[in-house]
Ligand binder design. Structure first.
Ligand code: ZN
Length: 159
């Protein structure tokens, strides 16, 4: 996969290497949503911008509860996770006009989960010619748009 030089990514890479514990548990407990790229907080789950996006606007919906078992999700978590994914799609459509989306959950490292302790639903906007389907969720990809700008654009388009 082709690499694009993007020096602003270095801060995120160094942050993530220092990061211990679980970002999906730790970040919502803090009061720095913009810095942590938390876009929306629901009752049982929240939305966070992926700091290692496959494409610009790559979002993740995660329950607050620390679990890696999809089959053990509560009804309320399952329902809200997918309802909120719909709102992610709405915001992405308004902000970035993608031509398609991939939605998916990777369970286990072997399935491509970069972080497999706390399940999360990926919402990835797609554009014609961005790449093939196969690398989705399995590789880190450098994107040209700065994360903070994407965050603010999506926040403005959140309804
Ligand atoms: Zn967790």
């Amino acid at each position: 996969m082709e690499n694009i030089f993007a020096p602003w990514r270095m801060q995120y890479i160094s942050v993530s290497k220092e990061q211990e514990g679980c970002i999906f548990c730790d970040f919502p407990k803090e009061d720095r949503d913009e810095e942590r790229l938390i876009l929306f907080r629901g009752r049982s789950c929240f939305v966070i911008l992926n700091a290692f996006p496959y494409n610009p606007g790559h979002l993740m919906v995660a329950p607050y509860r620390h679990t890696c078992e999809y089959e053990g999700l509560e009804d309320v978590e399952l329902f809200e996770m997918h309802r909120v994914a719909g709102r992610c799609i709405e915001a992405l459509k308004r902000a970035m006009h993608p031509q398609g989306f991939n939605l998916g959950v990777n369970l286990g490292k072997v399935a491509g989960a970069g972080f497999d302790g706390h399940l999360h639903l990926h919402v990835v906007p797609r554009w014609n010619g961005d790449t093939n389907f196969m690398p989705v969720f399995t590789d880190v990809r450098v994107v040209a748009e700065e994360l903070g700008a994407t965050y603010r654009k999506l926040r403005d388009c959140w309804i």
